[in-house]
Design a protein around this ligand. Structure first.
Ligand SMILES: Nc1ncnc2c1ncn2[C@@H]1O[C@H](COP(=O)(O)OP(=O)(O)O)[C@@H](O)[C@H]1O
Ligand SMILES: NC(=O)OP(=O)(O)O
Length: 313
């Protein structure tokens, strides 16, 4: 029987630049349409780290070129632009793949706002890497010239980091539910959602942050009553002792086991840790719910129980 599945797409599903994204989304669309063809209802979310960094840098260069003509562009607006641009490529790749297989199904991207807490301590300590990788020298220059906060990102180089508050609720959730109920493939909560907080009355104000897409996808999966949250990334399974001689790939994890491993530092912060945290929170949110972490091209096998790491009670 078909399941309702929320799929969070990681960086390798989108690539790091415009041409890479155009190519990557074709493979991504094939993996997703495989699941749709098997009768599953799919709601998609995706990351935006490289893309939002690129957009933000471009907007900043514009302002630097003529500060009187081009006023600074808030980070929340850059997130909205990244949702539009990534949604555009995903929508088209999915549309094409569905038509090629004679599946009559619409695809729609929802520009999604996600509420955060204005007093979230994350605003005071940036942790979310965005944009391209830099050498130590490039990073030092950006700190001096632009006032960036930079961090070393999992042994891969230096990146700018911005605040990443926790998602509380999804503003457009009813529209997402309605569109999914109407049979559309919905792309929502891209880049973790446009971070906003409530001010006076019904007004929502954009926040200078990038929400983690795995945490936002967990909220989305709960709020659409999904059966499964699938986090697609660059590894087939989650490991303990990752990258060490005694590395061990995990087929299943209970929330309790995951907590023990988290406490022992097996999952890297900013990469595997938020995925495992999101998977645990979803698995615990209601009986019968499970999360799967696997490779994009293994999504179908993972849903069939043949591979990936499954997190369930
Ligand atoms: N314990 C672990 N098990 C598996 N992968 C891990 C682990 N710790 C860190 N990783 C790394 O985390 C990466 C996934 O994180 P990241 O690349 O940030 O995700 P995304 O796919 O969302 O862009 C994997 O490709 C792997 O290199
Ligand atoms: N917003 C977000 O989590 O993006 P990445 O997955 O690209 O880091």
């Amino acid at each position: 029987m078909g399941k309702r599945i929320v799929i969070a797409l990681g960086g390798n599903a989108l690539g790091n630049n415009l041409p890479e994204q155009m190519t990557a989304v074709r493979q991504t669309a094939k993996a997703i349409v495989d699941l749709i063809q098997e009768g599953h209802e799919v709601i998609l979310s995706h990351g935006n780290g490289p893309q939002v960094g690129m957009i933000q840098k471009a907007m900043q260069e514009l302002t630097r070129s003529d500060p009187e003509k081009y006023i600074p562009c808030p980070l929340s607006v850059c997130v909205a632009m990244s949702q539009g641009y990534i949604g555009y490529d995903l929508q088209n790749a999915l549309r094409e793949e569905l038509l090629d297989r004679d599946i009559q199904k619409g695809v729609a991207t929802v520009l999604t706002q996600v509420e955060v807490d204005r007093s979230d301590p994350a605003f005071q300590s940036p942790t979310k890497p965005i944009g391209a990788f830099m050498t130590k020298e490039e990073a030092d220059r950006m700190v001096a010239e632009r006032g960036y906060t930079v961090m070393e990102d999992a042994g891969r180089g230096y990146r700018r980091v911005v605040a990443s508050p926790k998602p509380k609720s999804i503003v457009e959730i009813q529209s997402i539910r309605d569109m999914a109920a109407a049979g559309l493939v919905v792309v929502a909560c891209g880049g973790g959602g446009i971070p906003v907080y409530a001010t006076q009355g019904h007004h929502l104000k954009g926040a200078p942050a990038v929400i983690d897409k795995d945490f936002a996808s967990c909220v989305l999966a709960q709020q659409v009553q999904a059966d499964t949250l699938i986090i697609l990334t660059a590894v087939e399974k989650v490991a303990i002792n990752f990258g060490k001689p005694d590395q061990k790939w995990l087929d299943t994890l209970t929330p309790e086991e995951a907590e023990v491993y988290m406490g022992q530092g097996h999952f890297a912060p900013g990469s595997m840790l938020p995925k495992v945290q999101a998977a645990v929170e979803f698995a615990r949110s209601a009986p019968g719910r499970s999360a799967l972490i696997t490779l994009l091209e293994k999504a179908k096998d993972g849903v069939a129980g043949k591979t990936g790491t499954v997190i369930r009670q």
